[in-house]
Ligand binder design. Structure first.
Ligand code: ADP
Ligand code: MG
Length: 728
């Protein structure tokens, strides 16, 4: 067996799991490393505390004097916790997080050392950001991007560094990150939803979007991952014959968690708890060595930060346990990939979930209002929502018969469909008292009861209503949730703004009562956005045809899906909602296209190297062994005695054919790459990579997998699927 594979297997076999220490109350550890309200009260002046609180809840600005006070308190707390450095923690468009650590330590003009950190350092920094993607917003020669403090997400200490969540913007104010647009979208939804929520309760002052993500991932022994250049450089296996045992038996799902994994999870959860990430559930997933982790939901901005932080922490703790955590959406062909469901809702400062039916008809009308408006928003902007989850790696998942299809539709369940159907039949204009009573008591009034037993779930739907929230299921496992959350909140904000205008007009001009006006507008919406509701099987071919008839967009790959971001309608939408201007949209699209190209390019290069430097040499080596054997047999039995070496000759021949074929395909793929590289337009280049380069990956893989089956195990250069997926 090639040395690298042998050593990796030996190493992984020898690993023992560390003992599990699940002792200690989680609640006592919760938020220990976070500069939360409790610490703020302790370390800040009353004035500074009040200012930070009003920045969080009213979005007020914090002036320099106050910032100095906050910095002073934050520093005192951080030093008391043993922190030595601080960093602005931000989310460049790469999709990951970035940080640049500075020591608190500084030298004064008189040569004495002291711990320095003031308002200036807290509020704004100018990292040398010239290497981050900016989509052309910032030319590298004027690398002026700066990070600015986001007081709505609390600072935290990770290891010995105080991390301050920040936005990252160009000198000219344009967003160079995923957080700045998200914050603007959350502001837009707050304004729009508060206006509508006040129809039902005058006391509502603020509405915030809530997000509860469910993170799926694979955990594979570190040495095994390292032994494969595809997995360690691209995050997925580019070749690999499927193992005899896969997930057919469904014996992994919700099964007993292996001890070594449990020990990792236990450490992870402890760290998360200290960082204030409210992790709650953990279980095995469908595929072998696949797991899921989910927290209690939180305000969307904080929840996004927590998911990004979690992914960083996971990598680090996995490493300590000699695991590699794979966030790629499709690390292994033939078994399920990983996603990150985004559960989303809207909550008021009065403690009400606006997507949760209440106990009175009026509360249910509020529920219906937000429910129908969300459906309408998704109907109007389905293509944008699809674009928000587009990436090279997620392309392997969307539509691959395990995750939702790339067509956005909404599942609400039979009972709610019936309610919407009944509402559709309500007469236009003023309602008779009888009609009103009937509606309120028998339609709207019955909603909470029907939801209780509305347990049927459709796992194939990309956007499903699950009792008191919508669940967006197409989000990729390694994605920054800020992207889909920015789009979703923007489109619902726009929809609620339009809704309010229409209702107000009916009240003012047609003199309708508020509830009548609401019913009237909702009824129109229900009528006009029917095409987005789909209860059937999203995996079937029939749905694709039906979706086409319904004129829903079907964008099967990332370059196609990204086009809509800069359409006239999108530009107008984002401008009206004050979320992104045209320059930013173009830049974000450009960065996404660039990322797509790089991904496919790297995969192509790695695959080429695997074929030429590993697969063909292994095949040739085995051919030589066969030749030696054939020649030996012929010497003993005589060349005329054909039958003796017949099987070996046949294998030799098959290998020969696959070598010819794999070489031919690899050369063609390399040529296609060269042609794609010569294109200067991002769009064209991404399409060329998608349509002319990528298709070779599968056919090369087929050849490689056939060779893997033919060649002696001891010669195969890559750790096999069964070795990676069933090691405990
Ligand atoms: P599953 O989809 O695996 O069956 P659930 O439907 O119970 O699981 O979803 C659980 C997730 O939904 C959790 O991450 C939880 O935080 C989130 N969630 C529950 N209520 C809300 C809400 N009001 N807003 C946002 N997320 C929520
Ligand atoms: Mg879910």
């Amino acid at each position: 067996m090639p040395k690298i594979r042998f050593q990796a297997l030996e190493q992984s076999r020898r690993r023992e799991h560390t003992t599990i220490s699940e002792s200690g109350k989680r609640s006592e550890l919760f938020g220990k490393n976070v500069f939360n309200e409790e610490k703020m009260l302790q370390f800040l002046t009353r004035e500074a505390f009040d200012n930070v609180k009003s920045a969080i809840f009213q979005g007020n600005k914090i002036d320099r004097k106050i910032a100095d006070q906050v910095a002073e308190g934050m520093k005192a707390w951080a030093l008391s916790m043993g922190a030595t450095h601080y960093t602005h923690w931000f989310q460049p468009l790469t999709g990951a997080t970035a940080e640049k650590h500075d020591a608190f330590f500084d030298i004064l003009p008189n040569g004495r050392a002291m711990e320095k950190f003031g308002g200036a350092q807290l509020v704004q920094q100018e990292p040398d950001a010239s290497s981050f993607p900016s989509g052309g917003i910032r030319n590298t020669f004027e690398a002026r991007g700066y990070t600015a403090w986001d007081p709505t997400s609390p600072a935290f200490i990770y290891k010995t560094t105080l991390c301050i969540p920040t936005i990252f913007v160009a000198y000219t104010g344009e967003a160079l990150d995923n957080k700045a647009p998200l914050l603007r979208a959350l502001h837009a939804i707050d304004q729009a939803a508060t206006g509508v929520a006040q129809y039902f309760d005058k006391n509502v002052r603020k509405v915030h979007a809530t997000l509860g993500w469910e993170q799926e991932y694979f955990l594979i022994d570190k040495a095994l991952v390292k032994s494969r250049i595809d997995l360690s450089t691209t995050g997925r296996t580019l070749v690999g014959s499927f193992s005899a045992k896969g997930q057919q038996l469904d014996d992994h799902y919700f099964g007993v968690i292996p001890p070594r994994v449990l020990s990792f999870m236990s450490d992870l959860e402890k760290e998360c708890t200290q960082l204030g990430i409210p992790v709650k559930t953990r279980h095995n997933e469908v595929a072998p060595n696949q797991f899921e982790l989910a927290p209690v939901f939180e305000e969307a901005n904080l929840s996004v930060d927590h998911n990004l932080l979690l992914m960083d922490v996971m990598e680090e703790i996995a490493d300590r346990h000699n695991f590699s955590v794979l966030f790629h959406e499709k690390p292994f062909a033939g078994i399920n990939g990983s996603g990150k469901h985004n559960n989303w809702s809207l909550a008021t400062d009065t403690g009400v979930n606006l997507l949760s039916p209440g106990t009175t008809p009026m509360k249910n009308l509020q529920f219906l209002t937000f429910f129908v408006n969300t459906i309408k928003a998704v109907d109007t902007y389905e293509e944008l929502l699809r674009a928000s989850i587009a990436s090279a790696s997620n392309d392997h998942r969307l539509g691959a018969n395990e995750a939702p299809p790339p067509i956005i539709s909404i599942f609400i369940g039979k009972q709610l469909n019936d309610v919407l159907d009944e509402l559709e039949g309500v007469s236009k204009g003023k309602l008779s008292p009888e009609e009103k009573t009937e509606l309120k008591l028998n339609v709207v009034g019955k909603i909470p009861e029907i939801l209780l037993d509305n347990t049927d779930r459709n796992r194939t739907s990309p956007f499903a209503f699950t009792g008191n929230k919508f669940e967006m299921r197409g989000v990729g496992s390694k994605m920054n949730c800020a992207k889909p959350m920015t789009i979703l909140n923007t489109i619902v904000a726009k929809q609620l703004t339009d809704f309010k205008k229409e209702v107000d007009a009916l009240i003012d001009k047609k003199k309708l009562k508020k509830d009548e006006a609401v019913f009237n507008v909702l009824r129109e919406y229900i009528k006009t956005c029917k095409r987005i509701r789909f209860e059937g099987d999203g995996y079937g071919m029939e749905w694709q045809e039906e979706a086409r008839r319904r004129k829903l967009s079907i964008n099967k790959n990332t370059p196609e899906a990204l086009q809509v971001i800069t359409s006239k309608e999108s530009v107008a939408l984002f401008k009206e909602m004050d979320v992104m201007n045209e320059v930013e949209l173009t830049a974000h699209q450009d960065v996404e296209l660039g990322a797509y190209i790089f991904h496919i390019q790297i995969e192509g290069r790695v695959l080429g190297e695997m074929v030429y430097s590993h697969i063909i040499p292994a095949a040739v080596k085995y051919q030589n062994l066969l030749l030696e054997n054939i020649n030996g047999l012929r010497e003993v039995y005589g060349a005329a005695h054909k039958k003796v070496a017949e099987a070996q000759l046949n294998i030799l021949e098959q290998i020969g054919e696959h070598i010819i074929e794999i070489k031919k395909l690899t050369d063609e793929m390399t040529d296609a790459r060269k042609r794609a590289n010569s294109m200067s337009m991002r769009n064209k280049k991404a399409q060329a990579y998608c349509n002319n380069v990528k298709p070779y990956f599968d056919s090369i893989r087929e050849q490689s997998d056939a060779l893997e089956k033919l060649i002696a195990d001891e010669f195969w250069p890559f750790t096999k699927y069964r070795e990676m997926l069933f090691s405990k």
